[in-house]
Ligand binder design. Structure first.
Ligand code: HGY
Ligand code: MN
Ligand code: MN
Ligand code: MN
Length: 394
C-alpha cells in the first residue's frame, strides 16, 4: 500500500513529498483512503472537519477502537510520517480479518486532516477542530503563502466552511485511539528494537514573530536611515539557539516570509515562525518570553501550544506487555517520550484513552526525504498493531 502512495505528491528532484492539506496530492490521497475503505466494505464517513473514518461495525451502538494517522506531509517530507500509520491500520485490520477475528466492538481506521500544518501554519487542525481546542473561526481565517484562507480552499473542494467545529458526536464514537507512527528519532535503533510505545509527547508550540520595518531602496538609503526588520529577525534567531541551549530545550525557525521580497529593497516585514519544545513546559515558555522581550517591538502571536501529553499509563504498559509477548516485539518493548506532536496527543488531551506504537527509523531523520523504515520493521509494526487491536476489541 505504501508503494501505491509513493508517487503522490513526490518531488522527483528530491524524492521529498509535498502534500499540503487540501492540495491536489492530499485530495488524491483522500481518494486512495476512500478506495481502501470501499475495498474492505468498511463504512466510510467524513466528519464536519474533513477527518475520514472507515468503520468495521457500527460505532453508534457503542464507542469503538480507532487506529490511524494522517496523510498530509510537511514540505519535502518523508514517505512514512503519517502514511505509515494509515497503511498499517488497514493492514492490521486485514490481519484480523484473515484470522477470522470479528472485533467484539466497532473498529475504525482514521485519517486526520491537516496534521502537519504545512500550509496554514497550525498543526493537527482536523483533530483540534474535532475536540474543540481550535476555534473554527480562527481556523477558517488562517492563510497560506498565496493568501488563500482555509475557508477559500474548503469552498474550492466543494465543502461548507460553516460546518467546521467541535464534533462531540464523532468524538463519542472513539472509545480508544492507537496511532502507529515512524519514530522521529533513533531511540528504537539505539535499543535494537523494531517497535516501541510512546510514553509522552513533550510540550510544544509555535509562535509567529512579525518584525515590521520600512521598505526602502537598497542602493540609495543610508544605513543610518534604515528601519530594516531583517536585523532584529536575525538577532532573534541567534538568540533562540543560545537560549535553547542554555535552557535545555529545542527551538527552530524553519519558515520565514520576507515581504515584499525584493532583492533590491529593504524589506517592510519579516514574519518568522518559532517552533519551541522541551521536556519541561516552564523552560519552553520562559524561552519564548525571553525572545519576545528581546525581539524589539515585534508582534508575537501564538499559533499553537500543546501542553505535555502523558499517555494513559495502564494502557501504554498493557500495549508494551502485549507486544513484548509476541515474537515480533523482539523482547522487551521500549517505552519512550517524543518531541513530535501527533493527533494521538490531541485526542489524549481531550480525554480519549490513546496510545502510540513507534516503528524503528534507522536514520532517525524525519520531516525530510531521508526518513526511513525497513520493511521488516514495518511488518513488525503491523503485527504489533494487530495484536493490540485484537486485545482492545475483545
Ligand atoms: O511537528 C510535529 O511535531 C509533527 O510532526 N506534526
Ligand atoms: Mn510530522
Ligand atoms: Mn506525523
Ligand atoms: Mn527602480
Amino acid at each position: 500500500m505504501l508503494d501505491e502512495l509513493a508517487h503522490i505528491g513526490r518531488d522527483p528532484s528530491t524524492n521529498g513529498y509535498v502534500r499540503d492539506a487540501w492540495s491536489a496530492a492530499d485530495l488524491e490521497l483522500r481518494e486512495w483512503f476512500r478506495g481502501e475503505a470501499a475495498k474492505r466494505g468498511l463504512d466510510l464517513r467524513e466528519d464536519r472537519n474533513g477527518n475520514l473514518w472507515a468503520w468495521w461495525g457500527d460505532p453508534s451502538r457503542e464507542p469503538g477502537v480507532v487506529t490511524g494517522s494522517h496523510l498530509d506531509s510537511v514540505r519535502q517530507g518523508g514517505a512514512f510520517d503519517g502514511p505509515l500509520g494509515v497503511v498499517s491500520a488497514f493492514a492490521a485490520l486485514d490481519l484480523l480479518w484473515e484470522r477470522g477475528v470479528p472485533p467484539g466492538r466497532p473498529l475504525g481506521v482514521a485519517c486526520f486532516t491537516d496534521e502537519e500544518g504545512a500550509r496554514f501554519g497550525v498543526p493537527c487542525v482536523g483533530s483540534r477542530l474535532l475536540t474543540g481546542v481550535l476555534d473554527p473561526g480562527r481556523a477558517l481565517g488562517l492563510t497560506d503563502d498565496e493568501g488563500d484562507t482555509l475557508a477559500d480552499v474548503l469552498i474550492r473542494t466543494g465543502r461548507d466552511p460553516r460546518a467546521l467545529g467541535r464534533d462531540d458526536e464523532t468524538l463519542a464514537t472513539v472509545g480508544a485511539f492507537v496511532e502507529l507512527h515512524v519514530e522521529q528519532g533513533r531511540g528504537l535503533d539505539a535499543q535494537g528494537s523494531p517497535v516501541g510505545v510512546a510514553a509522552a509527547i513533550w510540550p510544544h508550540g509555535r509562535w509567529r514573530f512579525d518584525f515590521r520595518g520600512r521598505a526602502d531602496h537598497a542602493g540609495t538609503t543610508r544605513l543610518e536611515d534604515r528601519d530594516d526588520p531583517m536585523l532584529p529577525f536575525a538577532r532573534m534567531v541567534l538568540a533562540a539557539r543560545e537560549a535553547a541551549a542554555r535552557r535545555g530545550v529545542v527551538a527552530t525557525v524553519g519558515k520565514v516570509r520576507v515581504s515584499p521580497g525584493n532583492a533590491n529593497a529593504v524589506p517592510g516585514l519579516v514574519s518568522a515562525w518559532l517552533d519551541a519544545r522541551g521536556a519541561a513546559e516552564r523552560d519552553v515558555l520562559d524561552l519564548v518570553t525571553e525572545l519576545a522581550e528581546l525581539a524589539e517591538g515585534a508582534q508575537v502571536s501564538e499559533e499553537s501550544w500543546t501542553p505535555v501529553v502523558d499517555f494513559d499509563e495502564p494502557l501504554r504498559d498493557r500495549l508494551a506487555d502485549l507486544i513484548g509477548s509476541t515474537s515480533e516485539g523482539g523482547g522487551p518493548v521500549p517505552i519512550l517520550p517524543t518531541g513530535a506532536g501527533h493527533d494521538a496527543g490531541i485526542l489524549a488531551s481531550a480525554g480519549v484513552p490513546s496510545a502510540m506504537v513507534f516503528v524503528r527509523n534507522p536514520t532517525g531523520v524525519s520531516h525530510s526525504p531521508h526518513e526511513h523504515a525497513e520493511r521488516a520493521d514495518c511488518e513488525a509494526g503491523v503485527a504489533a498493531l494487530a495484536t493490540v487491536l485484537e486485545d482492545l476489541c475483545r
